[in-house]
Design a protein around this ligand. Sequence first.
Ligand code: SAH
Length: 374
Amino acid sequence: MTSSPSLPHKTDLRNLTQEQLTSFVLGLGHPAFRARQIMAWLYRPGISEFAQMTDLAKSFRQVLEDNAVISRFEKVAMEKSTDGCVKFAFTLEDGHVVEAVLIPEPDRNTLCISSQVGCAMNCAFCLTATMGFRRNLTAAEIVNQICAARDYLLQQPRETLIGPDRVTNVVYMGMGEPLNNLENVIASLSIITEQKGLDLTFRRITVSTCGIVPRLRELGERSPVNLAISLHAVDDQTRSSLMPINDRYPIDTLLDACRNFPMPKRKRIMFEYVLLAGINDSDHDARELARKLRGIPCKINLIPYNRAPGLPFDGSPMERLLAFQKILLDAHYTVFIRSSRGADISAACGQLAVKQLSSAMAPSVADSAGAGEE
Ligand code: SAH
């Protein structure tokens, strides 16, 4: 739920980029610099009311009160895994629930965020797919996931944290297909990298896609974000059986789009490859992967499959993963094996689908200081 009653005529300021906020303020008959002042307040921890924006004239604060709201998640459930990952479940205004996962490491905190409620892509191995597609998230709903994780970190005693006390990295790898919600995803990227906003750097933000080819170029042209491609197979028959999107945009078409992806020098595309026992994990697959990616500045991330209840797949054994990796390393690729974190609370890749978290969790953790209980 969001805190303020979002009457239809009121604008949620957390949906607005700096540019949009400027137009909004001009529309109210106030000078553009007010928008920069507001932006500097909007993403400060603990700020939820216009009354707190003390460098704005009282009369202007009243104008804002009459025309705008600042949304935030109030109904937040959390669950912590044995390895320190935290899964957040946010209840949206319309009752839908989306999840985000905080993955702490000594030098960074990565937050994996959702871009849609459910997903329409129907990948055979992914649990989110079993929910179907419900709706796109607004920019504010994307941004508020980061605000909630930020506030959670600030509330923890410093000595209990594994990593830094702020979110340093963001990956759009939770529920949903970001390129099917491109406008709101791009707006959210602009907001979270805004210096006066959440001040994250594009270098530490990655958008992951199953490969909606026509939108790839648009993403690259409009945002210098890092790109990850969920590839998962090297022949069209196998990829189509795992990922229906491959019928529309087959592997060679996708890889051509990657070759032409507008990217600053030294940046590399991340190819993600989930290893499924007996399906896409042979030595031949690895050699074919090496051949197909030739010439694309890239890194490869091999993902151990996280078993999803009811889905007929098994992960490849570790020795297979290592053999697959070795072939790619010998072909001079940078290859990581993603460590599977948060699996005990179904927070790992492809496990985000749960409608309601178990009652074992904290009942309702408000996302910022001073927020009331539901
Ligand atoms: N729709 C986007 C982003 C969400 S999925 C995309 O397809 O990239 C994030 C990553 O987790 C994708 O690479 C996805 O294929 C992978 N994934 C899905 N289910 C998984 C599972 N059960 N185990 C491991 N990885 C999985």
